[in-house]
Design a protein around this ligand. Structure first.
Ligand code: BTN
Length: 317
């Protein structure tokens, strides 16, 4: 595919065959597979192949072309519309899908946010993806996977757009104090072992302000809103998968401390006055740090330190 992209002139079958070292019939098979994915490729017997139009929808081909990861995204499942990419990934994992398989979808009709909320997922504008992991850690380390994902997302966004989002515990990506994206981590586990983890990432990329429901219009944003430019989804997905693999490899090598440090650098929550809501209860105090398992430590006015594992954090100046 990459050979045909951005070329004004045709590329002959003989040339493709020479460069890729594959037969003419193998080329023909590839071309037909690409056409089935929506690529419009003109083939003229005398002069060769030319890409006339690429599909506007996402394809596994494009995501994998030049991806350069070792394991992450070696298998990418792309769907035009599902209930939730996390649910699809969960089902795939139940049926034996391997670590590193990724589900990317163009829209979700029941996108899931944290704490039972809904995640707005209109077609073609944003990133909705889920990564299947089979981590060799005890279940207590799962929150750290979420924090690690937030770090990977922030770094990928910076690499592709130049905008560096802030991270809000545990998993919100913010720009100008507005929500740009979030992470929903779900797991299938036993008392002392994880069977698999599904890490779901939603990033508002080209969503115009008008497409957000009125209830979140003032508190949500997208990369396009923040930068004034359209952002291509595929390079951002690729950067995200690369960053994720980098951090996950460090994590598996026991470098959880590095994740914690980077997360704290990007979240800048240390020392801030916060209130945390969880299940109708509010804890107020000063954010200290996150512990080795990714929980937030908050010191209340009386000096008592509370360990928070879930909830909504508000920074109070
Ligand atoms: C949050 O509430 O901040 C978490 C949002 C997570 C949304 C993503 S979109 C891809 C994946 N599939 C889902 O249903 N949810 C996550």
């Amino acid at each position: 595919m990459e050979m045909l992209r951005n070329r004004q002139e045709r590329l002959s079958g003989a040339a493709i065959s020479r460069i890729l070292g594959i037969s003419r019939s193998a080329i023909w098979k590839h071309i037909n597979a690409l056409r089935r994915e929506g690529y419009l490729i003109e083939a003229k017997p005398a002069s060769g192949y030319q890409l006339i139009a690429a599909p506007t929808h996402l394809t596994a081909w494009e995501i994998q072309a030049g991806l350069g990861t070792d394991q992450l995204g070696k298998k990418v499942h792309v769907f035009p519309d599902v209930d939730s990419s996390n649910t699809v990934a969960f089902r795939l994992a139940m049926n034996g899908a391997s670590e590193g398989e990724v589900v990317v979808v163009e829209s979700q009709h029941a996108g899931k946010g944290r704490m039972g909320r809904r995640w707005e997922s209109p077609p073609g504008l944003n990133i909705y993806l889920s990564i299947i992991l089979r981590p060799p850690f005890p279940p207590g380390k799962i929150p750290l996977i979420t924090l690690m994902t937030a770090v990977a997302c922030a770094e990928a966004i910076e690499e592709v757009t130049g905008l560096m989002p802030a991270i809000k515990w545990p998993n919100d990506l913010l720009i100008d104090d507005k929500k740009l994206g979030g992470i929903l981590t779900e797991a299938d586990m036993e008392m002392d072992r994880i069977n698999f983890v599904i890490v779901g990432v939603g990033i508002n990329v080209n969503m115009p302000r008008s497409a957000f429901p009125p209830s979140i219009r003032d508190t949500a944003t997208s990369l396009q809103e923040a930068s004034g430019k359209q952002v291509s989804l595929v390079p951002l997905i690729q950067a995200l998968l690369r960053k994720f693999e980098l951090w996950y490899t460090r994590f598996k090598k026991g470098r959880g401390e590095a994740i914690k440090r980077r997360w704290e650098e990007l979240s800048q929550i240390r020392g801030k006055k916060v209130s945390v809501d969880f299940m109708g209860e509010t804890v107020k105090g000063q954010a200290l740090e996150i512990d080795a398992d990714g929980a937030l430590l908050v010191q209340e006015a009386g000096g008592k330190v509370k360990r928070i594992v879930a909830g909504d954090v508000h920074v109070r100046g």
